[in-house]
Ligand binder design. Structure first.
Ligand code: OGA
Ligand code: NI
Length: 318
């Protein structure tokens, strides 16, 4: 089984309605899909690959060699530990890029900062387009999701958080004893992943079976996080996924996410709750509480690798 691949350029032609419907199906049945012909220039993607791997080689690899996962795995294999699995860490090198932390972006790799700035601007535009298709499919006014993530007020646009996680999953000498990234659902809104062209590793849980997110050259993998699940009142479920540690290859993965502002109030869209209400008059059919995204993130920080349902119960309702 393979993750559906959608030609995003068809959104602008004769096949618009078919494409919109395909995306609806992906959001409802898969929670993950891949976009090709998404409008991000190929030459930019090539430059991103280049600076990301150079950055890893020059600025990150030396640190990874002496990192916690490497040391814990070594201890476990040398039997200084009773465990059979390293469960507290992931076999990955990762750092975050945001508009707020420009000073901390890697600065030694030529063109890294400029290229990633250009890439993030393009990805943010794509995130907004994807959210608009979701608005349409959910029967919400155009811009609904974006506005909700920006705290509900047009003038506060840009308070949503747009982050980019640059990850590498280096080859692992004992892939059966550690995860690349432990299974989880994503906390936020819409995630846009530029994964390796060749090296596998990312899997999603589909109908109880782990399946690979097959590498497709220069595609952008889209998935929806817990906040889209809440806003859609459960129509678009956030899906479990994980990354395997593998013996060969150094997998690159650059995940950008359009998340609500910490101050944004998130709740099931009234439009969706009310449509259902018409059918069963007496029930309050909001399946999720109303909460501040910042409060959700406090819960998530403690419970990322656990089932999501208790998170919705634990978050302080407003
Ligand atoms: C994540 C994630 C997948 C990957 O960062 O939440 O699932 O391929 N990443 O790095
Ligand atoms: Ni994830």
């Amino acid at each position: 089984m393979a993750i559906p691949v959608i030609d995003f350029s068809k959104l602008n032609g004769d096949e618009r309605s078919k494409t919109v419907a395909q995306i609806a199906n992906c959001c409802e049945d898969w929670g993950f899909f891949q976009l090709i012909n998404h409008g991000i220039p190929e030459d930019l993607l090539e430059r991103v690959k280049k600076v990301a791997s150079e950055c890893y080689k020059f600025e990150r690899e030396p640190g990874f060699k002496n990192s916690k996962p490497v040391n814990l795995l070594k201890e476990l294999v040398e039997k200084k530990s009773d465990e059979s699995l390293v469960e507290s860490v992931d076999w990955e090198d990762v750092f975050l890029l945001s508009d707020e932390n420009h000073d901390e972006w890697p600065s030694k790799t030529p063109s890294f900062k400029e290229t990633m700035k250009e890439y993030r601007a393009e990805l943010k535009k794509l995130a907004i387009k994807v959210m608009e298709v979701m608005d349409e499919n959910l029967g919400l006014p155009k811009g609904y999701i974006k506005k909700a993530f920006n705290g509900g007020k047009e003038e506060e646009e840009n308070s949503a958080f747009f982050g980019t996680k640059v990850s590498h999953y280096p080859p692992c000498p004992h892939p059966d004893k550690v995860n690349g990234l432990r299974a989880h659902t994503d906390a936020g809104g819409v995630i846009l992943l530029f994964q390796d062209d060749v090296v596998n590793g990312l899997q999603i849980l589909k109908d109880g079976v782990w399946i690979n997110v097959q590498p497709v050259q220069n595609a952008i993998v889209i998935n929806t996080g817990d906040q889209i699940e809440v806003l859609s009142n459960g129509k678009y479920k956030s899906v479990w996924h994980r990354v395997l540690a593998l013996p060969e290859g150094n997998r690159r993965s650059i995940a950008s996410f359009y998340n609500p502002s910490f101050k944004a109030t998130i709740e099931p869209a009234k439009e969706l709750v009310q449509t259902e209400k018409k059918l069963q008059v007496d029930q309050n059919l909001a399946k999720y509480p109303k909460f501040l995204f910042g409060d959700y993130m406090s819960v998530y920080a403690e419970q990322k690798f656990l089932p999501k349902e208790p998170r919705f119960q634990a978050v302080k309702a407003v």
